[in-house]
Design a protein around this ligand. Structure first.
Ligand SMILES: [Zn+2]
Length: 248
């Protein structure tokens, strides 16, 4: 007979979490109430499931980065369950900041704020320079693929993904500690947003996406002019680029 898996909550039932059905019901009610006040939330819906909650290279790399830090190891699993239950009702990413609403067992959602230190100008210049040297890298980024040649730059020890000391969190819940389950859910929510649009990564790190793309494209135009006779259909039409960046 298969042995039943035991969890932390089997040993400490007094800390048991609200049921998924209660959380979902509360979430639906909060979204409906906001609608009556004329507010539209943009809930976070994972494309993946189980331990693989993010599906893109970007989303998965975001999760892997968080999960490798001992400071977060005990607190993150609850967040995964929470975000999978549809509790992150709204999540907005702006320059270096994340604002989110997370449903708990109480009827009013909690407000979570996460701010992330910006990349140094030197790091930003490095990315642009690397993208300019390979036109394919920029195309890969635009289409949500990860350029192999940038892997080292992103994933190195002092790479571009933030470390815990560069991430500052806050939650309006009464049991707020270093990382409550609401903040943990938002941390996964960020990865899920990156599945939709990897350029959020640059906003998160305080990089001005418009100028980043503009200088990268400028470099491409220069290289295209130099190689005018070699231009192929790999060059993106302007409309595609505008459409993609319009969603940021
Ligand atoms: Zn909280």
């Amino acid at each position: 007979m298969a042995r039943r898996r035991t969890s932390y909550y089997d040993y400490y039932p007094q800390f048991s979490q609200p049921s998924v059905s209660l959380l979902r019901q509360n979430a639906e009610e909060s979204i409906a109430k906001a609608g009556k006040r004329g507010k539209t939330y943009h809930p976070v819906s994972p494309k993946g499931s189980g331990s693989r909650i993010c599906v893109s290279w970007w989303g998965q790399a975001w999760c892997t980065n968080m999960e490798r830090y001992a400071d977060y190891a005990n607190r993150l699993p609850r967040g995964k369950r929470y975000v999978a239950s549809g509790t992150v009702l709204d999540l907005e990413i702006t320059q270096g900041q994340v604002q989110a609403l997370v449903q708990g067992s109480r009827s009013t959602p909690y407000r979570v704020t996460i701010s992330i230190d910006p990349l140094s100008p030197k790091k930003q210049e490095e990315i642009i320079a690397r993208c300019n040297s390979e036109i394919k890298d920029m195309e890969d980024l635009i289409y949500g693929r990860f350029p192999e040649s940038l892997k080292e730059l992103f994933l190195a020890r002092d790479g571009l993904f933030p470390s815990p000391r560069q991430i500052h969190m806050n939650c309006s819940c009464p049991d707020w500690a270093t990382m409550c389950k609401h903040v943990a859910a938002v941390m996964y929510g960020i990865g899920i947003r990156l599945d939709d649009n990897p350029f959020y990564f640059f906003s998160l790190r305080g990089a001005d996406v418009d100028s980043f793309v503009a200088s990268a494209l400028e470099g491409h135009v220069e290289s295209m002019l130099k190689n005018a006779d070699k231009v192929t259909d790999r060059v993106l039409p302007d409309s595609d680029i505008t459409e993609l960046f319009g969603v940021l």
